[in-house]
Design a protein around this ligand. Structure first.
Ligand SMILES: O=C[C@H](O)COP(=O)(O)O
Length: 253
């Protein structure tokens, strides 16, 4: 059974102390997610060890990195390797966020390399995809997202693909307050699952968690997560507010 996931993405926000307090405030709520649910805090690199130790005794809570480098090791000053993440016990890593694709020029090919390295090191990629506004207005979003997924993931074996978590984030809904409607989210998630089923079979497709991201809040999470193919969310702004993120965790199916 695929997991229902509430993933916080702090992006480049919060000091160490603010981050520690936020984690404590959320953990104090004693939410006890069930076995089919997973809460993930995607925090800046310098906070990974602190956040891991905060959630160490909390079942179904985990920590993710926001990025990794696409080469194994070497003279890449300022970058963080997958092996480094593995060596501090990280189990998840977000890759291909639209902000990284846009501001850092990340390509589908680099994301394929990152995926390979992560899987080799037993870290589950949270692979982001999603279309810009112009593509949505042209009505070609399904093809656009399909080509992102095919280019970075379709070289994987079925066993490898099953470990990938997909996050669909329409760029026009990120940080804009403009959420995709629950119907738009479900429609794209069903399309993504269909694309995976066509390539890998429906049993594999049924095991993949597909998260929605883009202005998810406590107030709209239940409606968005209700979609049959929507397995939770990747949450930016609202994940920085304890009560909001607690409500989002509670909205998981
Ligand atoms: O990774 C999270 C997404 O970019 C969504 O961000 P947002 O919830 O602030 O719109």
């Amino acid at each position: 059974m695929r997991k229902q996931i509430a993933a916080a993405n702090w992006k480049m926000n919060l000091t160490y102390q603010q981050g520690e307090k936020l984690l404590n405030d959320i953990l104090k709520a004693k939410l006890q997610p069930e076995g089919h649910q997973q809460v993930i805090f995607t925090v800046p690199f310098p906070y990974l060890i602190m956040a891991s130790s905060e959630v160490a005794n909390e079942p179904n809570f985990a920590v993710a990195a926001q990025n990794c480098y696409h080469k194994k090791s070497g003279a890449f000053t300022g970058e963080v390797s997958v092996e480094m993440l593995q060596s501090i016990g990280i189990r998840y890593c977000v890759i291909g966020h639209s902000e990284r694709r846009e501001y850092f020029g990340e390509t589908n090919e680099q994301l394929a390399e990152k995926t390979n390295l992560l899987l080799e090191h037993n870290i589950q990629p949270i692979f982001c995809c999603g279309e810009p506004l112009a593509i949505r207005e042209a009505g070609t979003q399904n093809d656009y997202v399909e080509s992102q997924i095919a280019a970075s993931l379709f070289h994987l074996s079925p066993e490898q693909l099953e470990k990938v978590i997909i996050a669909y984030e329409p760029i026009w809904a990120i940080g804009t307050g403009k959420t995709a409607t629950a119907a738009q989210a479900q429609e794209m998630h069903a399309h993504i699952r269909g694309v995976i089923a066509a390539r890998y079979g429906s049993a594999i497709a049924a095991n993949i968690s597909i998260l929605y991201g883009g202005s998810v809040k406590g107030a709209n999470a239940s409606e968005i997560f209700a979609g049959e193919d929507v397995d939770g969310g990747l949450v930016g702004g609202a994940s920085l507010i304890a009560d909001d993120f607690i409500a989002i965790i509670k909205a998981l199916k």
